[in-house]
Ligand binder design. Sequence first.
Ligand SMILES: NC(=O)c1ccc[n+]([C@@H]2O[C@H](COP(=O)([O-])OP(=O)(O)OC[C@H]3O[C@@H](n4cnc5c(N)ncnc54)[C@H](O)[C@@H]3O)[C@@H](O)[C@H]2O)c1
Length: 301
Amino acid sequence: MSGPVVGIVGSGAVGQTLAASLVAAALPGRLLVVSRQPDQVHGLTADLQDLAHTARSRSQVEAGEVADLHGCDALVIALRTGFTNTAQRDIRRGGATANAPALDALARELRGYRGTVLVVTNPVDLMARRFGEVSGCSRVYGIGSNLDSARYRLLLARYAQVSPELVRGHVIGEHGDRAVVCASTTTVGSRPIAVPVRTVVADLQRRPALIRGGIGRTRCGPAGAVLSTLRKTLGLADGIEELSVPYGDVYLGIPLRFTGGKAVPSVPPLTRSERLRLDSAASSLRDAYAQLPALPERIAT
Ligand SMILES: NC(=O)c1ccc[n+]([C@@H]2O[C@H](COP(=O)([O-])OP(=O)(O)OC[C@H]3O[C@@H](n4cnc5c(N)ncnc54)[C@H](O)[C@@H]3O)[C@@H](O)[C@H]2O)c1
């Protein structure tokens, strides 16, 4: 076996699609799948082993327990506890109260873990912060703003009728209703472009609903965002990912430039109104974090 060892926690829509993407790309030497439902994990593991064999992938796939995750180079947390999301606005924040205790329990078991942790569980900016604070892990990144940014570049390329590779631009802040479009620094073919911000924001907000309406859950986009981030964090590729990391006293999405697996913040110059929107996202996330269920006394940080 050669190649990094990657663990996935959660074997639902995102976990399954991600696992299949990783095996098809032959990124992990070994892939460990951990979840709450043993039947689901064992079924998925067998299916992925079939994929590895048919696609001639070198990835070995195994079911594992949380304790086994300490041996991984990178972990992806894509769990979702059972709850009904009734939120009409701030939909991703609807899972905060339900998911936080599961993240806490996992974080406690992973104290001392030294690898990379990618948090996918929503609301990702709050869950990444919670996981980072409870576990003490230093390489915790929330996935979401890079997916927003990829969608943004795709939509702009369609408006401008150019290839998406020609579009440069970021969506930062919250992976949610307070995402900030960095319109002032967006370029197409190295030239500034007048971004139709309202149209873009409306289209960005509609896109997850469009996907959910058709296939129940978003899964392929997040899987791609994780795959791309794993390559950067494991030092297999250099480049920029917009990820949720500590920003002042909160976590929110900013561009990080990865070189050889090491990240340096690379926030573009912001106009006054972009800066105000980012500050507003930070303030709202700070308030929402304070509303999360309290940590048990003995582990409060
Ligand atoms: N950040 C992003 O860009 C992004 C995109 C899409 C989805 N998400 C989020 O990812 C999460 C997963 O979404 P999904 O559609 O795969 O959900 P899902 O309900 O299909 O799957 C959730 C999985 O988590 C497992 N699970 C539940 N509690 C667990 C625990 N305590 N320990 C281990 N496993 C546990 C379940 O058994 C199930 O396998 C959700 O929070 C969703 O909102 C984030």
